[in-house]
Design a protein around this ligand. Sequence first.
Ligand code: C2O
Length: 550
Amino acid sequence: TTTRHYQFDIKMTNVTRLCKTKSIVTVNGQFPGPKIVAREGDRVVVKVVNHVPYNISLHWHGIRQLLSAWADGPAYITQYPIQSGNSYVYNFTVVGQRGTLWWHAHISWLRATLYGPIIILPKLGIPYPFAKPYKEVPIIFGEWWKADTEAVINQALQTGGGPNISDAYTINGLPGPLYNCSAKEIFKIKAKPGKTYLLRIINAALNDELFFSIANHSLTIVEVDAVYVKPFTTNTLLTAPGQTTNVLLTTKAEYPYANFFMEARPYATGQGTFDNSTVAGILEYKNPTSLSSSSFNKSLPSYKPILPALNDTSFVTNFTKKLRSLASVQYPANVPQMVDRRFFFTVGLGENPCPENHTCQGPNGTMFAASINNVSFVMPTTALLQSHFAGKSRGVYASDFPIMPLAPFNYTGTPPNSTFVTNATKVLVLPFNTSVELVMQGTSILGAESHPLHLHGFNFFVVGQGFGNYNPAKDRARFNLVDPVERNTVGVPPGGWVAIRFLADNPGVWFMHCHLEVHTSWGLRMAWLVLDGSLPSQKLPPPPSDLPKC
Ligand code: C2O
């Protein structure tokens, strides 16, 4: 195997957006961060050196981390953060995956500026299951605050209210010309006519699912979350924070004498406030009448894409239904046909009481909270994987995470009388190789909202989804066990449910959470603890010697 070495120096860097300069946390002074390129089967070694006054931890989102849970990265789950002045080497092998993933900080809200692409090429000599593109272009959506994002989330957590919304969405760090004071900060694809481009689209925004479209061009979806899908063509795609989507874009056969806007803006169904602005970039065609070889049509585009309405759940449902595994001989869909354990989780918002002598800005003067089966996960102060490995769970976590809601209620109807959550650090223990079916049911407590749930350490198959309350007798019979999409992040529909299956073949402690950062911060998170199997090749190896200490 080839080993790919990277050094990530975490540094403060001044960046100006929307006419305001702020000092942000970056990797190697770059924003967005550098891309990691590897082939399927390669080993990736990233030395992270922390030069900033924050605790840092990085996560390789969507990388399976088979037998390498120590490299997964969520702070206080698999490791202590890397303290200022210290370093840690993340070391993992890319097994059975090819496509686009990404890396990001996994502590507090530092992922607002610490993120970048992971590009996994197929093994040497193995082609894509589609025609070789002329060029590959990473497109990362982000969210930009003029204020310091650590201050934004800390203030929200102290007052119990919602955090201030972002000032802009960005494409590759650039807000684009639809924002004030951003005329020059525009992402452009310099297009040649009659070519096919592979866009590697990553949603690194903190709190919003996004629609994306390019005026007068269609997009062919070929892969999501580093798994090939049956190709289909659409004008608009939806991407939730955490998700990645590879699409083919074929440019006009002839020079069109025009440029075209690409735009992204949110899909939002909740009642809270959100940034409903639009980020624009430009698909800029080269001007064939010019003698200069570097001359592009510089006029601002007059063609704008038509994006769905902000709350267009029927577009979203139709779009997600089209996502199917390729399920070919070469790329089979290994959907667990038999299930060992079934779990039913409610996901949604709730409240915590306001501490005495405090004024809280959450619902009715309480503090916002979020939970799974009414447990709002409290971050431990000891890393769970280390306590588990040392056999010292006492006082760190409890193993009694509820496998279903303690008191069932009408999840999509009137909320129960008490919407207060239970605050605890609980994990759910799975024997090695357990075949799991998990139904995640959205609740309407404080509003029905789509929650993109992300599971670390596994891909899962999305075998079913629907609206209203999940009804096992009726709904399970309709599960797709043939070609369901395989991914690592899935939206639980607002006022509905989603069913996933996965095989717990990876020992370790694996975080699962809503990838809307505000919901994670409020407690919409939990952890699975997958035990070792009996064979040596089924056991979590000991931690690397440089694993950060407390
Ligand atoms: Cu991309 Cu736990 O996150």
